[in-house]
Design a protein around this ligand. Sequence first.
Ligand code: DC
Length: 239
Amino acid sequence: MLSKRTSDNERDIAMKKVFSIAIDGPAGAGKSTIAKSLSKRLGVIYVDTGAMYRAMALYLIRCGVDPENATAISDKCKEADISIAFENGMQQVLLNGENVSGLIRTEEVSSMASKSSVNPDVRTKLVELQQKLAEKEALVMDGRDIGTVVLPKAEVKIYLTASSAVRAKRRYDELKAKGEDCELAQIEADIIERDHRDMTREISPLKQADDAVLVDTSDMSIEEVEEKLVSIVEEKING
Ligand code: DC
C-alpha cells in the first residue's frame, strides 16, 4: 500500500517538466516488467527500445538479409521506417506503417536482432528516434545503452541485473508455463552467450553508466523491485 506522502510525491514527479528514467541491464533482469509498472505509477509513457531493434530485425528477415552481411544490413535498414504508437497505454511498434508488435517475439527475430543491433547504421537510426521521443515527453525507457548513449543526461539511471542462474530460471518457468519443452542448462548457456555479445560489442556495449544505481533483482520479488525503483526516482527527482 502506498502511503499518502508517497502518492503525493509520485504525482509531483509526474507533473514535473519532461524527465527521463533510463533502465538498462541484461536480458531477463526484469526491465520491461518493472519499466511498465513504474511508468504506469508515474503516469508517463514507457518506451521499449528492444522492440525497435526487433522490428528492424523483422524487416531484415523479410528482405532475406544474411545476418553476417554488415553491408546489406546497412543498406536495407535505411528502407525501414520504425515508429511507435500507444494503444490503451501499451506500446505498439510500427514497421513502414504496419503494426508488427505481435510478430517480433520469436526466436528467429531475437537471433537476428542480437546480430543486427551491433550494426552502427541500425543503431544511429534507432538512437535518433529514441532521443526525439525523450525530447517531447516524460518517459521511462529501457534497453542496453539508454543511460550511457541514448539519454546520457537522464534524470534517473538504473542498471537492473540478476545472476544468470536466476534469469535462466525465470525464462525456464515462463516457457514451461506456455507448455514449451526446454532445458534449464541450455537456457542459461544462451543467456551467458548473449550477455557476452551485448557486453563486448564495439558500439554501445551493455554497461552500467557511472551515475546509474545498480539494482540486483536476484533475490527480490517484482513488488520489492518496484518499491526500490520508486524510492530511487523520488530521491533523484524530488531531492
Ligand atoms: O530487450 P530485447 O531482448 O527485446 O532486445 C532485443 C535485442 O536488441 C537484443 O539483442 C539487444 C538489442 N538491444 C540493443 O542493442 N540496444 C537496446 N537499447 C535495446 C535492445
